[in-house]
Write a protein that binds this ligand. Structure first.
Ligand code: AMP
Length: 428
């Protein structure tokens, strides 16, 4: 029988990587505190309708990528493919309109999309998500971009490229849609020059054609009209406001006329942050404004703006840039037993050492001392405690300093306090 493996597109994040995730989440948590976002823990599954109405029926996410099933109560349930719709649902459900606005929320956790797996693209992936709800000001847009850049800065990342665009609003977007459609229809290749997916998008969701990576589609839309030239006065003013704010904080941001994003709820500002280390899946962050999302899911008008960033992609970028932030877990002490009858005493000693705040590795295999010492060295232990029949009989513990190789015998009763002191001196 074949051994069962993890499903395609999922992965185990093992110990040599998971501490980096913990560090990313720690930095997010501290940045959230400093910017005044409060954390919300959201359900991993929601009613399917939340996403079909919120994200949009004609998006790739809703049409092709959702993990949807009928539960035993005959409800259509979907594993969340993103967090913004859930955040807005939670805001409405808990009537956060009665709180002083803006309401700033953040969350993190696994998302699920049935995508073609490749480097940086998985079927289960983690996102951090930051949202500012309840204010239409372009300064909120600016603050979300600033939040994401601050997280990356604190993590030690550099050379990130921020791209920005405006996707307009229900007033001006239809004008642009028509301008784009007539440009494509009257180009030499016409609609038939597009790839099959984009031919389908032409009537249903033509803006997504700008996002297509197929060379023919890219060529065909190279000199297409730009959305920002079709913006209504309100969207124009908003876009200029974000631009002025970005200048004011010295952010290095580039206008990208092709940036439309894959989720329908965006209005006005859309942005993406790219990292060269990611290869073809180069977006480390995606965000923007979604002033009509609350209404789309049955609520009142609530303006909102925010971003999501993939933790796998953050970690790939950290590794690609040779930045190892935070610290791998360290081992202060390993206990080596010289005889089987010392194993129980080793457990008691490990307990005492841990109570003194030390990180202790244990080995209950009863194998030879040499192998145990080797294991302690490879764990990077600062000290090794040696316990055998002789030590137990005379009430002492052998303590080896792994840095200078010195070994001394210390009274059993004071071992934990002594090592805690030595460790402090060593780390200083
Ligand atoms: P989106 O929700 O599509 O706007 O994506 C926001 C961010 O989530 C992206 O910039 C990526 O960092 C990350 N992301 C999206 N889809 C995936 C995926 N399938 N695998 C890994 N990360 C992803």
């Amino acid at each position: 029988m074949e051994v069962i493996k993890a499903p395609r597109g999922t992965r185990d994040v093992l110990g040599d990587e998971s501490w980096k995730w913990t560090h990313v989440l720690d930095v997010c948590r501290r940045t959230a505190d400093d910017f005044g976002y409060s954390e919300v823990l959201l359900p991993i599954f929601e009613h399917t309708e939340l996403f079909s109405r919120g994200i949009g029926d004609t998006t790739d996410v809703v049409e092709k990528e959702m993990y949807t099933f009928t539960d035993r109560g005959n409800r259509s349930i979907t594993l969340r493919p993103e967090l913004t719709a859930s955040m807005v649902r939670s805001y409405l459900e808990h009537d956060m309109r009665r709180l002083p606005q803006p309401v700033k929320l953040w969350s993190a956790g696994p998302m699920f999309r049935y995508e073609r797996p490749q480097k940086g693209r998985y079927r289960q992936f983690w996102q951090i998500d930051f949202e500012i709800l309840g204010v239409p000001s372009p300064m909120a847009d600016l603050e979300t971009i600033d939040t994401s850049m601050e997280i990356y800065r604190r993590l030690g990342l550099s050379n990130l490229q921020v791209l920005i665009n405006s996707v307009g609003c229900p007033k001006c977007r239809p004008v642009y849609r028509e301008a784009l459609k007539s440009f494509i229809a009257s180009s030499p290749g016409g609609v038939r020059g597009l790839c099959e997916t984009c031919r389908d998008r032409f009537d249903r969701n033509p803006l997504r054609i700008l996002d297509c990576k197929i060379p023919e589609c890219k060529d065909l839309t190279r000199s297409a009209p730009a959305m920002i030239d079709s913006l209504c006065d309100e969207c124009r003013e908003h876009f200029d406001g974000v631009g002025r704010g970005l200048d004011r904080i010295g952010a290095d941001v580039r206008l990208d006329n092709r940036l439309v994003r894959g989720l329908d709820y965006y209005t006005k500002t859309a942005y993406e942050i790219l990292a060269g280390e990611l290869g073809s899946q180069n977006a480390v962050c995606g965000g923007g404004r979604y002033d009509n999302l609350a209404e789309a899911i049955g609520g009142p008008h609530v303006p909102g703006v925010g971003f999501a960033s993939g933790i796998e992609r953050i970690v790939i970028t950290l590794e690609g840039q040779g930045v190892y932030p935070g610290k791998a877990p360290e081992t202060d002490v390993c206990i080596v037993t010289a005889s089987d009858d010392a194993i129980m005493e080793a457990c008691a000693l490990a307990h005492e050492l841990r109570m003194s705040g030390l990180a202790v590795g244990s080995d209950y295999t009863g194998r030879g001392m040499k192998a145990q010492m080797k294991q302690a060295a490879s764990a990077g232990a600062r000290f090794v405690c040696i316990l055998g029949g002789d030590e137990i009989a005379s009430g002492v513990v052998g303590v080896k300093n792994m840095k200078n190789g010195e070994q001394v015998s210390v009274p059993r009763s004071g071992t934990a306090a002594k090592i805690a002191l030595w460790r402090e001196e060593m780390v200083e």
